[in-house]
Structure formats: C-alpha cells, structure tokens
Design a protein around this ligand. Structure first.
Ligand SMILES: [Zn+2]
Length: 866
C-alpha cells in the first residue's frame, strides 16, 4: 500500500512539472506582462515575495481567490517591516476582511500615537490648535465591493507590493508622509463566487467571445454578498457584518481619502469622480467636490501618460450616503469612485478591440498610485479639510432653528433598538430623555424615547438620516433619492426646539444598547399564555413555539385581562398559547414559553382563567388557530435576486426561520404539499408553463398562501390567479419638439429610483396586527400601481393617501400617481389566499416599518377571510 501511494505521489509530481512546462510553453502572454508592465521599474526588497513568485502566476492570468489574496497580504505583513495587518470583520461565509497598513518603519513605531492625533482632527473640541505640518495623511484604498468587478481585487497585491517592498525615493517619500491602508476585498463572498466561476471556465487558449459561458455568470450573479445584497448600498443601513466592521474600522482611522474601485460595461472606458456636479448630496460641502476635482487631475495626468481615455463629472452621482464613495464625503474625507471597463473574464471582445484582464488591473493600479500622488501634494490641505469639515458642521448646527431630533415607538423596543444601533454604529451621540413631552401629536416618555442633538460632529449625517428630501437641483438619480430612517422604521419622531425644551429633556448619553431581554411575568399556568404582537420580534417567539410543536392562536379582536393585579390590554393580533390542548405537559409548555420570551426578547403573560375583563374570552372562535409557516421562496432566472435575498435575510437572520429557495426551473418537479407559504419576488415568471400553473392553482385552492411582491402580481394577473386593475402612469402633454441633446435627461427624469410615500392602513386587519398608528410610510420604486378592489372594501387594508409623497424625487406629472391607489390587495381562491404587495416591504433590509407587515403576511395570511 505504502509503496503504491508513494509511486502515485511521484507520478503526480512528475505530471505536475510536465503540465507546468506545458503552461509555460502555451502561455507566451506571461512574458508580455512582467511586473514592470504594471508598475514603475524599480528595485524591490528581496525578502518580500512579489505577486508572481507567491501565486505561481502573474497577476491577471487567473482570478485570485479570496484565500490567495489574503494569504499574500499576510505574507507582506510577515516579511515587510513597513506593513502590518489586522482583521476587522468576517463575512457571512466567515471569510476575513482585512486591512493591510503600510507606512514607514518610523511611523509604524508610533502608529497608535499617529492615529490618536489624527482622530483629534475630527473632534472640534480638540482640533483647533493642532499642528498638521508633520502629520501623515491617512489613505484608504478599497477594492472590489462588487464581486464581479475583478480588476479591483486583483490590483491590490500589486499596490501592496509596490509600497511594502519598493526601494525607491518616491516610495520612501510616500511612506514618510502617509499611512496607506489597503482593503483588498470589500466583499469576499462575492469575490470568491466570481473567481470560481471565471476560473472554472478559463481555457488555455483564451477565448474573448462574449457568448462564452465564462462571461455569463449564473443567477444571482456575483456582484452581491452572501444574501444577495449590494454591499455598496449598505454603508448607511449597516445590516451586514462586512459593513458594520467596515464602518467601525472607518471611524477607527477617519481617512482623508477613500477610494472605491469598480468596473462598468465592457464597452466603456474609465470613469473617476467627481460625479455630476448637480447630483452631489446637498449635505456635502462644495469644498469636498472641489477637492475631489483637484485629486482627479492626478488621475487625468497619469492616464494621459499612457493614452488611456477617461471621463469625469458625468453619468455618476454622489448623492446616496450608503455608497463607498459618498459616505466618506460626509465624514470630512474625499470619496472617489473609479469605474473601469470590465473584461469580466480573462480576455473579452469590446467595441474598442480586445480587452485583457491585465489591462483593467493595470488601470486600477494607476489610479491607486495617482490617488497617493495627489495625497502627497495635497497632504496639508486634506488634513485641514477633515478638521474644517467637523468644526463647520458644529457651527452649521448652531444656526438651525431647532436643537435636536426626538424619536421613539412606545410599543416596540426592538425597532427602537434597531434604529439606535444604526445611529451608534455611525458614531452619532444619542441621549435618554429625562422628562415627558408631546410634539406634533406624538407623546415621548423616558425609557421609550431618545434625543439626537444636532450640535455634534456628525450633524450632517444626522440631518441626512432624519430629514425629508423634497427639493432637488437635478432630476436624475442613479440610486434612491431619499432614505429618511425613522420613516423606514416607522418610528414617531419630531424636532425639539432650542432653549428650555431641549435643556429640560436631555438625559444621559446612551453608551450601550439595551436590547429587550424578555420575561415571563408569572408562574406556570394550566390555562394559557399571552403575548402581544407589538414587538418586531414577536413572530420569532411565535415561530419558536410552533417549531417546538405547540398549538398557537391569534386574537382577531382585542381584549383585556387582570394580570398580577393590573389591567392589561391585548390588542389585535395578540398570541394565545393554550396549555391543555398541547401534546406535552404543562411543565414542558412553561419551559418552552420561558425560552421563547428570552430568545425573542418579548414579554409573555401566564393567565389562569379564560374569562377576560373585556373583549373576547380565551375559548372564543375569534382566536384563530395558526399553522406553522413552511416557506418556499421562488428564485432563479427571471426573479429579482435583491428582493429574494432580502426575504431570505429577514426570515433567516432576524427570525431564525428556514426558507426553502427553489429555482423556477425546478418547479415542475416539486412536491408543493409540504409548503404553506410561497413568496414570489418581483419577476417575469414566464418560465412557469401551463402544467406549473395548474399545480400552483391546485396548491392554492387547497389552502396555500402566496405573498407576491411588485411585478410578480402582473404575472398572477395575466395567468388569472388574481384580478388587478393596474393603473397606467398618467398622461401629460408631450411637447412636439425638444432638443435631442436633452433626451436622456428628459426620459431619465421619469424614473422613480426610490421615494417614500404615505399610506393609510387598517390596524384591525391581520396584515397590520401590532400596528398602532394608521399611517404607514412605504418605499416606492418604479411606476407599478393598481386601483383598490372596488367590489370588496375588506380587500384593501392599505391605500395610498391624497398627496401621498412624503420624501424623495418624483417627476412633476407623476407626483400624485400613487394617490388613492392600493398598497395591498387580497384575493381568496378556494381555501387559499394571495397577498399582493405592490411595493417591496423589505427594501435593503432596513425597512422594518413595512417588514412587520410582510411577517404578518407569512404568519397570518391564511387566517384572512374576505
Ligand atoms: Zn461596482
């Protein structure tokens, strides 16, 4: 055995050497791309391995896996005295996110002192007298937030090697004046998905035909992270570990420049910021944009030297602070978006001829170094900008006609904490309130409401989080035009005036989050346990009990009971868990109830009688029996992967519920009987044929619940599962003649990229159990709209109000297009229910206001009667 194994090993080794030889002889491209093709031809420290030596191939020949990339960064930190590495987070799939810190050995010895001194620039109370003449600049180079934009990640090793091993006066000057922090992969899970795809389709003979499978990454693609979220929208919502770690690391350093390297269409050239001047967020000072332009001149000069064409100040905006190139703009930094024409795979045909992966990488290296060059020349200006930015923020805040925002939902601590968590992640100071107050009809009480004073360094970000946006200089939005967080989270908020009101309210700073710990208020019961639907995480407790086999009921009417000597009100949607009808004994029920309360952080009340003080008694038929949701999520080609990912993330991460994700082309082979709820994200669904439709109809009539989002309802309508009266976008007088040059802007202005509208909801309806206010803000993108069901007033529990636009840009003639249209439509077929949600309730994973409605559709869809 041993001998045989040994022989096999020897054979493999010989085979390996032989194939390496083949590789060399068949890949003359290698000789065309020596290191000096990517970087200046300088001497390097021989104790630090170059990328080619370390990987065994030159950068650009294969797409780097995340492991190889991080291994190389670690190797540099191990071998170069100029570099250190630290891990700042783990991705969902547990890949490390790292920062490679490169600076002179001298700076490295004083790194902590440098960092602390630098942070003083961002604190107006400490920054005034600071001498910046000797302070190093902090530069962040951020690569590849989109997994399928590979030139970004693959450029990182070259830049790192140049700085960590280069033996050159220029490099010395850079390292003495700068701390360069390389983030080699902002989205490790997406990077690996993509690298694996293109590498597995690579041929020895590189084939640039765009039809080749190498260029056609399968659904959902590799742009996004594990849950199919675009991490380049998550800098503000911070719903993912990658972003949470990144924002913490950002505030740990407060860089002066932050680059964000991307790719765009293969037939493009190269774009660098500044973007469209009219599409800069109004909270970003003009000066930031001007400095971005000063930096841009260095990219221009570098590209002119090699004849690479490019453009700037066009096509891309700088509006939404959830992006990697815009968030730094509201942190006293210069955020720079780079977009390189993509080769996607290894070599691709484009209208400009063949584009090699290596060429795209070289351009990313060039702009990384031109950014550093700009930093060298603008060091003091940029350090001063950071100081000015925060000092002027506090001054601007002092000129506002109010002192603070106040917010708090008295009925739901979890949503309050989810919001405070976001604020604290962004280093926004939040305070308890020390007295009660009523503002604009909302009452705020200590322990249930909080203050965010304007006069603090994060003033500009605070405004952009709380304010409504209704006036815009321009009408084109690459992304959403508004993200007012308290509206998204459906939390009451208002403005606190300066002077006595503010002074009387401001309590202690909130240092740590007080997540509700949950409790069972009383001893073991032989009758029943009750809990309210109000808390965002109530369905988590409900599912936990159902999963453990307990029978559960939902109250379709309110009631009140005497509990522990007090009258306790239970609203619509309260959950009742009877004891005697369970398959386990009362001890076991009590144990499960205790676990559920702790696990979900909610309050559960044992009761010892079915007799209530007011309302329905516990044995009433108005307590409807619930069934445990078995959720099927339709996915795959033709469905919207972002919406699907948001559903998956919500159910999995927040409620710990299993979700069966099924591709449309597997539908015909599927046994539907084991599922109770089917979620259909927006999509075309044209691949479901007649047999599939018959099967779906049968399952529905037998009691299935369909929760359909957005355009999925169009398909359900076309296939006659539902009857929906869709509203066409309003007509308007089109001029007979307009300048051709204005066409793009004219048509683009009609797009609704993301705005917030107001709806009126029925809080007695199962979809809105747990809601207390009858107004609910909704995120709207696109122009899908439908009339309420005229035949049944109980099928329209959510209708857009008059003048429904709350915040965001909508083209003039469309301004009222959602007024009085349906937000939700309901249909019954046999014993089945279809819940048609016209808009996406789970947008970017932070719309918890409408998220609760979505959860109600999952849990209560089958108790809805029409
Ligand atoms: Zn991108």
């Amino acid at each position: 055995m041993f001998n045989h194994y040994y022989t096999m090993n020897r054979l493999l080794t010989f085979a390996g050497i032989f194939s390496l030889f083949l590789l060399f002889s068949l890949a003359p491209a290698r000789a065309e791309r020596p290191l000096s093709w990517f970087l200046d031809d300088i001497a390097y420290d021989s104790s630090v391995p170059g990328p080619e030596e370390f990987f065994g191939f030159q950068v650009g020949e294969w797409h780097l896996s995340h492991t190889l990339l991080v291994n190389y960064m670690e190797k540099i930190a191990e071998t170069s005295p100029r570099a250190t590495i630290y891990e700042y987070a783990r991705s969902h799939e547990f890949r490390p996110l790292v920062h490679l810190v490169i600076t002179s050995e001298e700076n490295h010895r004083n790194l902590e002192e440098i960092r602390e001194r630098h942070l003083m620039l961002a604190d107006p109370e400490q920054s005034t007298g600071l001498d910046i003449s000797e302070m190093p600049l902090i530069v962040f180079l951020g690569y590849g937030v989109h997994g399928n934009e590979p030139s970004a990640h693959n450029a990182a090793p070259l830049v790192a090697y140049y700085l960590a091993a280069g033996q050159d006066e220029k490099v010395t000057e850079i390292l003495e004046n700068m701390v360069v922090i390389i983030d080699p992969s902002l989205n490790p899970d997406g990077q690996d998905r993509f690298a694996s795809w293109v590498n597995r389709h690579r041929s020895m003979t590189l084939n640039p035909d765009p039809n080749n499978r190498e260029f056609r990454d399968v659904w959902p693609g590799s742009r996004t992270n594990h849950y199919w979220f675009d991490l380049n929208r998550d800098w503000l919502p911070v719903q993912h570990p990658e972003s949470r770690g990144r924002i913490a690391a950002y505030h740990h350093w407060m860089p002066n420049i932050n680059t964000d390297h991307h790719e765009f269409g293969s037939n493009s050239t190269f774009f660098f910021q500044p973007g469209e001047p009219a599409r800069v967020n109004p909270r970003t000072p003009r000066r930031t944009d001007e400095l971005t332009m000063d930096v841009a001149k260095f990219h221009a000069a570098a590209f002119d030297r090699i004849g690479q064409t490019y453009y700037t100040q066009q096509g891309f905006d700088d509006f939404y602070y959830g992006k990697g190139s815009s968030y730094p703009d509201v942190q006293g930094s210069i955020g720079i978006l780079f977009e390189q024409a993509s080769s996607r795979g290894h070599r691709r045909e484009t209208i400009h001829g063949i584009l090699d992966f290596a060429e795209t990488i070289r351009n990313q290296v060039i702009v990384s170094l031109s950014t550093i060059e700009a930093g060298l020349h603008m060091r003091e200006t940029l350090l001063d900008h950071l100081r000015w930015f925060f000092a002027s923020a506090v001054e601007e805040a002092a000129r506002e006609d109010f002192a603070a925002y106040i917010f708090g939902d008295p009925n739901d601590m979890s949503r309050n904490m989810l919001f405070i968590d976001v604020l604290k992640t962004h280093r926004i100071q939040v305070y308890d309130i020390s007295g009660s107050v009523n503002i604009d009809g909302n009452s705020y009480n200590p322990g249930k409401a909080w203050l965010v004073p304007l006069q603090q360094p994060q003033y500009r970000l605070i405004q952009s989080i709380f304010e409504k946006a209704l006036w815009f200089e321009d009408s084109l939005f690459y992304d959403v035009s508004t993200w007012t967080k308290p509206l998204a989270m459906n939390i009451p908020y208002g403005k606190v005036s300066s002077g006595r009101q503010f002074a009387g309210l401001k309590g202690n700073p909130v240092d740590s989050l007080l997540w509700p710990s949950g409790a069972v208020h009383g001893s073991r019961s032989d009758v029943a346990y009750l809990f309210s639907r109000d808390d965002f995480y109530a369905p988590k407790a409900l599912y936990y009990l159902q999963k453990n086999g307990l029978r559960t009921h939902v109250a379709t009417r309110p009631f009140s009971m005497d509990i522990n000597g007090e009258i306790k009100d239970f609203g619509y949607g309260s959950i009742m868990v009877p004891v005697q009808t369970q398959d386990v004994d009362s001890e076991k029920v009590y144990a499960l109830i205790q676990e559920a309360a702790r696990y979900a952080g909610i309050h559960i009340y044992p009761v010892h009688t079915s007799l209530v003080r007011e309302g329905i008694h516990l044995g009433s038929g108005s307590f409807m029996m619930l069934r445990k949701p078995e959720v099927l999520l339709l996915i795959g080609q033709g469905t919207n992967s972002r919406e699907a990912g948001e559903v998956w993330h919500l159910l999995d991460q927040h409620f710990h519920m299993p979700v069966t994700k099924v591709e449309l082309d597997h539908f015909s082979a599927l046994d539907l009987s084991r599922y109770t709820v089917m979620v259909m994200p927006s999509g075309s669904y044209n691949s479901l044929g007649e047999n599939d439709q018959r099967k779906l109809g049968r399952w529905l009539r037998e009691g299935g619940t369909i929760v359909a989002l957005g355009s999925a309802n169009r398909w359900l309508h076309r296939q006659e599962f539902v009857k929906i009266d869709f509203v066409e976008t309003p007509g308007f007088d089109e001029p007979d003649m307009l300048p051709y040059s204005s066409m793009q802007d004219y048509r683009g202005a009609r797009r609704i990229s993301g705005s917030i509208f107001r709806t009126k909801i029925d809080v007695t309806h199962p979809l809105f159990y747990g809601y207390h206010r009858d107004i609910l803000p909704v995120h709207v993108a696109g122009t899908l709209a439908a009339k309420p069901d005229e035949g049944n007033p109980f099928a329209n529990p959510m209708i857009f109000t008059d003048d429904a636009l709350l915040s965001g840009y909508v083209w003039g003639p469309y301004e009222n297009f959602r007024d009085n249209t349906a937000g939700v439509l309901l249909h019954r077929t046999g014993r089945g229910t279809i819940v048609s949600l016209m808009d996406n309730p789970n947008f970017r994973g932070f719309w918890f206001g409408t998220g609760s409605m979505f959860m109600n559709a999952i849990f209560f869809g089958d108790v809805i009667r029409l």
